[in-house]
Design a binder for this molecule. Structure first.
Ligand SMILES: Nc1ncnc2c1ncn2[C@@H]1O[C@H](COP(=O)(O)OP(=O)(O)OP(=O)(O)O)[C@@H](O)[C@H]1O
Ligand SMILES: Nc1nc2c(c(=O)[nH]1)N=C(CO)CN2
Ligand SMILES: [Mg+2]
Length: 261
């Protein structure tokens, strides 16, 4: 997506959530400074996505039960070989419990940090997002991840400055879908991308159970739903979901059907 096209969407989101452009720019400068000197592994990102089937895991309430179901039909080694596994932030904790190392992780560093460190150690490529409301986490956590791995790509939602990138997308989950589209995935299969008004417990380390979405979170889930609908309809790409809430132009499939895709 052209930056000008994204910038219009970003401004729409900014108004909805009252986001500060200046703080987003500040976060971008700080993240770029911390990652300076690290060459973003874009070739590896492309190799993991281009012409491959991607499973994007979101942190909705259906994540854990569906993951259990998937593992019933496909053993975890096969899953790892057949698909590129793309975890949205806190989902990494669930994958850790099944010992499934995601190939890719999108995070704005508000998921379970231990799980993110585990993924970094195991070789996941970490797409770390900087925005105006996670500057404290950027400065405290990114230097630690940098000591563990060089497989880091910094992302931003404003104009990128090297070595950062902007592939479009807003929340960790829809950003994973946008990145998969940008690098020309053959198919994108969404698991746990439930949207709606219940936040899955994997979303935040402090959640013990699934919980009713607080007002800002509800707006973010609606934004994610809309962005994926727009992308699926406009770009005519093949996006599937196993969740009951189905964005426009996305096809609903059952867990059993995943391996037929
Ligand atoms: N019902 C849901 N509950 C939680 N996450 C969901 C749900 N449906 C889809 N998702 C996706 O899973 C991702 C999980 O990431 P995470 O919980 O870290 O959210 P986030 O993008 O950081 O947003 P926030 O800033 O509100 O925490 C979300 O970005 C969202 O796109
Ligand atoms: N400034 C700002 N940007 C964001 C925020 C947020 O809370 N503040 N949350 C996001 C969800 O992943 C993505 N981007
Ligand atoms: Mg997050």
């Amino acid at each position: 997506m052209e930056y000008s096209e994204w910038f219009e969407i970003y401004n729409w989101i900014r108004k909805l959530l009252g986001i500060s452009y200046e703080k987003d720019v500040e976060a971008t400068l700080i993240l770029a400074q911390i990652l300076k000197g690290l060459k973003p592994p874009l070739n590896e990102l492309s190799r993991l996505i281009k012409r491959r089937k991607i499973i994007v895991f979101g942190a909705g309430p259906s994540l854990d039960p569906v993951l259990e179901d998937i593992i019933k039909y496909t053993d975890t080694d096969l899953l790892h070989r057949k698909y590129t596994l793309f975890a949205a932030d806190g989902v990494t904790q669930a994958l850790l419990e099944y010992n499934i190392v995601p190939h890719l992780v999108t995070t704005d560093l508000d998921g379970d940090i231990e799980a993110l460190m585990w993924a970094a150690k195991k070789g996941s490529l970490m797409l770390i997002h900087g925005h105006g409301d996670n500057i404290d986490k950027i400065t405290s956590i990114v230097p630690i991840i940098k000591k563990i791995t060089s497989k880091i790509i910094g992302t931003t939602q404003v104009k990128p400055i090297p070595p950062l990138q902007n592939f479009g997308g807003f929340t960790d989950g829809d950003r994973a879908v946008f990145i998969s589209h940008h690098f020309k995935a053959s198919k994108i299969i969404m698991v746990g991308m439930d949207f709606g008004s219940i936040v899955g417990r994997r979303s935040k380390p402090w959640l013990k159970n699934n919980e009713k979405a607080w007002p800002a979170k509800k707006i973010k889930l609606d934004i994610a739903f809309k962005l994926i609908s727009q992308l699926a309809c406009k770009e005519k790409i093949l996006i599937y979901t196993v969740s009951d809430t189905v964005p426009q132009c996305v096809k609903k499939v059952s867990v059993k059907e995943i391996h037929l895709l």
